[in-house]
Design a protein around this ligand. Structure first.
Ligand code: ATP
Ligand code: MG
Length: 261
C-alpha cells in the first residue's frame, strides 16, 4: 500500500540553456510503514527526489511508485502528505481551521483520517491551541500544526523536507521524538530529508546517502536499533557504527567534502 519504489530515476533541469543533472539513476525502496531518511550535501538533489515522489516534479527518466500506483494517482487521491521546511500555514486561519483545510479542499474525495481535526491537533501536542492563529504559535508549534494538517486525509506516505531545520537542537530533538510517536501511531510510511547524520540514524530504519554533482545514491544504511528510540541509544555501538558508515558515504570523496564545507 504505502511502499515507495524509485526505479532508475534521473532528473535534469535546464538552467541558462544548459542541462543540470540533479538526480542520476537513483533506485531505492522504502517498505510500507518504514521510516526512511535522505541525507547528502546541499544541492545533491534531496528535495528534487522528494518532490518527484510527491508528484510536484516529474522524472526525466525512470519510474516511481507508491504501493502499486504512480505518484500522480496517489496525489490525486490525496494519499501524499508533504511537509516543507517552512510550515506554510494560512495566517488568517486558526490552527484548527488549517488542519480542516485539506478536508474542505478534498470535498469527500480521499481517505479521511480516523481522528478528527481536533484529535489530530491533540496528537501533535497542540490541544488547547486550536483557536490560535499561526502568528501566535512558535515555529515548532506551527510545524506540528502542519503535520496535523498533512494527516487530516490519512495519507499513505508522509514526505518531510527538513521539517525542523529552522529549530534549535533541543526543540528539534523533542520534535523528532513527537514525529516518531505520530509515525508509530499512524503506521505511515515516512521519508524525511535531513542534513544531520545523528538525526538520520536516530529516526530511520533506512538511510539513503546521496552524493552531489550529479546527485546519486552512494549507500543505503540499515539501522538496527530497538523502538521506541531513546536518546540513550545514541551511545550504543550499533548507533555509532551506523553514524560512521553514513559519514563514510558522505565523505567518500574528500575534495567534494571540502567543496561544500
Ligand atoms: N526548479 C528547479 N529548476 C532548476 N534547477 C533546479 C530546480 N530545483 C532544483 N534545481 C537544481 O537541482 C539541484 C538539486 O537541488 P535540490 O534542491 O534538490 O538539492 P538539495 O539536496 O535539496 O539541497 P539542500 O540541501 O540545499 O536543500 C541543484 O543543482 C539545483 O540548482
Ligand atoms: Mg533541499
Amino acid at each position: 500500500m504505502g511502499r515507495v519504489r524509485v526505479d532508475r530515476v534521473s532528473k535534469a533541469f535546464e538552467i541558462d540553456g544548459r542541462s543540470v543533472q540533479a538526480i542520476q539513476d537513483v533506485s531505492l525502496t522504502l517498505e510500507e510503514g518504514e521510516f526512511g531518511a535522505l541525507i547528502g550535501p546541499s544541492g545533491c538533489g534531496k528535495s528534487t527526489l522528494l518532490r518527484m515522489v510527491a508528484d510536484i516534479l516529474q522524472p526525466t527518466l525512470g519510474r516511481i511508485s507508491i504501493g502499486d500506483a504512480p505518484p500522480e494517482r496517489v496525489r490525486r487521491e490525496h494519499g501524499i502528505g508533504f511537509i516543507f521546511q517552512d510550515p506554510s500555514l494560512l495566517p488568517w486561519r486558526t490552527a484548527l481551521e488549517n488542519v480542516r483545510l485539506p478536508l474542505e479542499v478534498a470535498r469527500g474525495k480521499g481517505r479521511v483520517a480516523d481522528a478528527t481535526p481536533l484529535e489530530l491537533l491533540e496528537l501533535v501536542g497542540l490541544g488547547g491551541f486550536e483557536h490560535a492563529r499561526p502568528a501566535q504559535l512558535s515555529g515548532g508549534m506551527q510545524q506540528r500544526c502542519a503535520i496535523a494538517r498533512s494527516l487530516a486525509l490519512k495519507p499513505k506516505v508522509l514526505l518531510l523536507d527538513e521539517p525542523f531545520g529552522a529549530l534549535d537542537e533541543i526543540t528539534r530533538h523533542r520534535m523528532n521524538l513527537e514525529l516518531l510517536r505520530i509515525w508509530a501511531q499512524t503506521k505511515i510510511t515516512a521519508l524525511m530529508v535531513t542534513h544531520s547524520i545523528q538525526e538520520a540514524v536516530f529516526m530511520a530504519d533506512k538511510i539513503f546517502v546521496l552524493a552531489a554533482r550529479p546527485g546519486r545514491l552512494v549507500d543505503t544504511v540499515t539501522v538496527d536499533l530497538a523502538r521506541p528510540r531513546r536518546m540513550s541509544q545514541m551511545n550504543e555501538p550499533a548507533f555509532i557504527e551506523a553514524v560512521k558508515r553514513v559519514r563514510a558515504g558522505l565523505f567518500h570523496d574528500q575534495t567534494e567534502a571540502f567543496d561544500y564545507g
